[in-house]
Design a protein around this ligand. Sequence first.
Ligand SMILES: Nc1ncnc2c1ncn2[C@@H]1O[C@H](COP(=O)(O)OP(=O)(O)OP(=O)(O)O)[C@@H](O)[C@H]1O
Ligand SMILES: [Mg+2]
Length: 160
Amino acid sequence: MEDCTVDIKKVVAALDLSRYSERTFQHAYTLARSLGAELILLNVINTRYLDSFHMVGGEGFGVDPQEIIERTRQERRAALEEQFLAKAQGVAARVELRQGLPWEQIIKLVREENADLLVVGAKGRGDAAGVLFGSVAEKVQRHSPCAVLSVRGPEHCRLP
Ligand SMILES: Nc1ncnc2c1ncn2[C@@H]1O[C@H](COP(=O)(O)OP(=O)(O)OP(=O)(O)O)[C@@H](O)[C@H]1O
Ligand SMILES: [Mg+2]
């Protein structure tokens, strides 16, 4: 067998601020803390969401798309800081916001950062019944250069 060293020094948690995100964060944080790894908390503002604002602006509803995007970035950053970063004690953690297609941006960041582990929810905001993996979860599994940990929903929480 080829000798392959596993040294997990950087963990990325993809957080879409859905009901899956808390457990996704908990797994990423627990691993990062016990491994002494860095932790990046990533949210992607979906292009589809941005396009809808451009359309509204373009149609003359008096909405400045740039302003809404800026406000969305601020709101997302505040949410990630409050809900997750504040709980990442003892770990070198930071928030990253990107814009575009979620799966592409997640993979891009993992590559840029040379991350060793990507942690995602099995599903997210869509949370369709009967579906095992959401489309982003599936695409990142397919394209990630590093290992991917897929975290199940809160209903799979083990009680103390
Ligand atoms: N915009 C995003 N920013 C950061 N992470 C995301 C984003 N979208 C999805 N993810 C990550 O992927 C996981 C799975 O979400 P996914 O979007 O695949 O499921 P879904 O919303 O139920 O399905 P779909 O989007 O196909 O309707 C999320 O829990 C999160 O870890
Ligand atoms: Mg989704």
